[in-house]
Design a protein around this ligand. Structure first.
Ligand SMILES: Nc1nc2c(ncn2[C@@H]2O[C@H](COP(=O)(O)OP(=O)(O)OP(=O)(O)O)[C@@H](O)[C@H]2O)c(=O)[nH]1
Ligand SMILES: [Mg+2]
Length: 227
């Protein structure tokens, strides 16, 4: 659950990137990190094995202000390898929103489904069934990618699916914001954020956009007003 300190006017939210082995969870986080302009950038913490497999988790902390409220957004990835099931549960604790990064390769359909089942199981055990989950089909550049029309929607035929090619940054920010919007709505319904902090959903999202929208590759430095 979100940590909300109405007295100090501080809000801490946790997002978790979950999914099968090698689907591109860490790559999503790296692309997101690359978007935050250098002046505002927090450290991206990764803990890998020598072959780049996530060992415990990655963490990208994002700090920004929306009006008079300080927001701390902690973005994690879980390790996808089967042996890390317990670590995945620990990383999911207290999540406010989840991005499920599915692999578009048709050969990964079973792996996607197994990871989804694991996620559902953990969310249930952690009493987090209300947490919004946004599904991203990553690696849309693969020649053997599944057609979106026939892609697994994990039990909900109306579930919206995001498409991404995280390795080139495509679809990363869109997925992130889709998740953040749904997370705000669920947390707001729970603790009445807008009413008690006096910030509207759009101001929160605009502040986040200002923080993450500045492209570090831009030759003109863009100073975020939200720092
Ligand atoms: N073709 C293609 N490859 C991608 C894409 N995104 C990530 N990859 C590659 O997929 C491999 C795994 O990416 P990671 O981001 O490390 O995957 P992960 O989900 O964090 O893996 P684990 O932490 O071990 O579960 C790397 O070689 C990436 O370069 C994509 O959009 N297209
Ligand atoms: Mg990883």
């Amino acid at each position: 659950m979100a940590q909300v300190d109405f007295h100090e006017r501080q809000l801490t939210l946790k997002l978790v990137y979950y999914g099968p082995p090698l689907s591109g969870k860490t790559t999503n986080l790296r692309a997101l990190h690359g978007r935050v302009d250098a002046l505002n950038r927090g450290r991206l913490m990764t803990l890998d094995t020598r072959d780049d497999r996530t060992l415990f988790f990655d963490l990208l902390p994002l700090f920004f202000r929306a009006g008079s409220v300080s927001i701390r957004l902690k973005v994690y990835t879980v390790p996808g390898q089967p042996m890390h099931e317990w670590t995945r549960r620990i990383v999911l604790q207290r999540a406010d929103g989840v991005v499920f990064v599915a692999d578009s390769s048709v050969t990964q359909a079973t792996a996607n489904r197994e990871a989804w089942d694991g996620l559902s199981h953990h969310l249930g055990a952690l009493r987090l069934d209300h947490v919004p989950v946004v599904v991203q089909y990553n690696k849309r550049d693969l020649p053997d990618r599944v057609e979106m029309a026939s892609a697994d929607r994990f039990g909900d035929p109306h579930r919206p699916l995001m498409e991404a090619q995280a390795v080139s940054g495509v679809g990363v920010v869109e997925t992130f914001f889709a998740t953040l919007e749904r997370t705000w709505d669920v947390v707001d319904a729970d603790v009445r954020l807008a009413e008690r902090f006096g910030i509207e959903r759009e101001s929160f999202l605009d502040a986040m956009r200002a923080h993450i929208g500045a492209d570090q590759r831009s030759t003109t430095p863009v100073l975020s007003s939200a720092s």
